[in-house]
Ligand binder design. Structure first.
Ligand SMILES: [Zn+2]
Ligand SMILES: [Zn+2]
Length: 298
C-alpha cells in the first residue's frame, strides 16, 4: 500500500497467479507468503479451471477468488484465455467447441457470478482484432504479463493490441499482472496494479477496478490525468523513482513529439492536436521498469 501526495491510498495487488492447484510451483500458502513479504495487499489465485474462493488469510492478505479458462486449439481459430476475478461463487464455466463462443459464455457467466472478466495476454495469444472485437463485456485486459517474458517466453507486452482496440472505440481497462507460474525473479512480484480504494476489501477493490481507478506498474508511481477542458494530459512522477522517459500513445501516428526523455523527470504535459481518439501514458525508470496509465477516451 502506498499513499500519494494527495493523501490517497493505493493498494498493491496481483490479479493473475497460479499455484500447485494447477501448474504453479508454489502452494497457495507459499505464494501468499511471498507476495505478502513483497508488500502486496491483495492477490487473486487463478488456477486453470480451478476456482478459488474469496477470503482474507491470517496475515491480512486479501485473496480474491479466481480461475483461468482457456479456449481454442490454435491461433487461426483464436486462443482465448479468460480470467475470472472476484466471483461470489463458482461461475460453472464449461469447455466449448467454438473458441469465441466459449470465451463469450465464460465472460457472461463470470458477470452472473459477480466477478470481473480479464481477457489475458492478447499478444501472447496472438489475438487479432477480428478475434477480439466480437467479445462483449470484457472488463480488463493485460498490458503486461510477466510470465510471457524472458527467461522462458515471448510477447509479454500487449500495448499494440490495446491501442488497436482503442482506435476502434473499445476501451477495456488495462492491468499488468505476473501470471505467476515459476516464482522466479521475472515472473513473481514484478508486474502489478495499484488500486485506489477506500479499503482493501473485495467489494471496494472490484468497484475500483470497474471504475478504472487503478494503474499498472513494475515499480514507478504514476499520476496521469486527461483534462478534457484543455485537451491535455498532465503527468506527475516522483523524483526518487528516477523516471527517464514519459511517452504518450495515441492513434495520431504522425505526431512528431510525443515523448519526454531525461533524468529524474517529475512533470510533463502533452497537448493533443485534435486528431486523437485516445491517449495513454507509459513511463520508464532508470532500471527499465515501467508504469502504465489507463487509456483515456478523447
Ligand atoms: Zn493464460
Ligand atoms: Zn495464467
Amino acid at each position: 500500500m502506498i499513499r500519494d501526495r494527495n493523501g490517497c491510498i493505493w493498494y498493491k495487488g496481483n490479479l493473475h497467479t497460479h499455484t500447485t492447484l494447477s501448474d504453479g510451483r508454489l502452494t497457495p500458502e507459499e505464494s501468499a507468503a511471498l507476495y505478502r513479504a513483497r508488500g502486496y495487499d491483495f492477490l487473486a489465485f487463478t488456477d486453470h479451471w480451478k476456482p478459488s474462493e474469496n477470503r482474507v488469510d491470517e496475515s491480512g492478505l486479501l485473496l480474491l477468488s479466481g480461475a483461468e479458462y482457456d479456449f481454442g486449439r490454435n491461433v487461426r481459430e483464436g486462443v482465448y484465455h479468460v480470467v475470472a476475478i472476484g466471483c461470489e461463487r463458482d461461475p460453472q464455466i464449461t469447455r466449448a467447441e467454438s473458441s469465441v463462443e466459449g470465451a463469450q459464455a465464460a465472460i457472461d457467466k463470470i458477470h452472473e457470478a459477480g466477478g470481473l472478466a480479464d481477457l489475458a495476454h492478447p499478444a501472447w495469444s496472438m489475438n487479432s482484432l477480428d478475434q477480439l472485437l466480437p467479445l462483449r463485456g470484457v472488463d480488463l485486459t493485460e498490458i503486461f504479463n510477466s510470465v510471457s517474458d524472458l527467461p522462458r517466453n515471448c510477447r509479454p507486452y500487449s500495448g499494440g493490441e490495446i491501442d488497436r482496440l482503442a482506435a476502434r472505440g473499445v476501451f477495456w481497462k488495462t492491468a499488468a499482472v505476473d501470471d505467476t507460474h515459476w516464482y522466479g525473479e521475472l515472473d513473481a512480484a514484478r508486474s502489478f496494479v495499484y488500486v485506489k480504494a477506500e479499503e482493501c476489501t473485495r467489494e471496494a477493490v472490484l468497484a475500483a477496478l470497474r471504475r478504472g481507478d487503478f494503474y499498472s506498474s513494475q515499480g514507478p508511481r504514476l499520476d496521469a490525468r486527461f483534462d478534457r477542458s484543455t485537451n491535455a494530459v498532465r503527468v506527475r512522477c516522483e523524483a526518487e523513482d528516477d523516471i527517464r522517459s514519459i511517452v504518450y500513445f495515441t492513434d495520431a501516428v504522425w505526431t512528431n513529439h510525443r515523448a519526454d526523455v531525461g533524468e529524474r523527470l517529475t512533470e510533463s504535459v502533452f497537448r493533443l492536436t485534435g486528431r486523437e481518439t485516445f491517449v495513454r501514458v507509459e513511463v520508464r525508470d532508470a532500471a527499465g521498469r515501467y508504469a502504465w496509465s489507463q487509456t483515456f477516451a478523447v
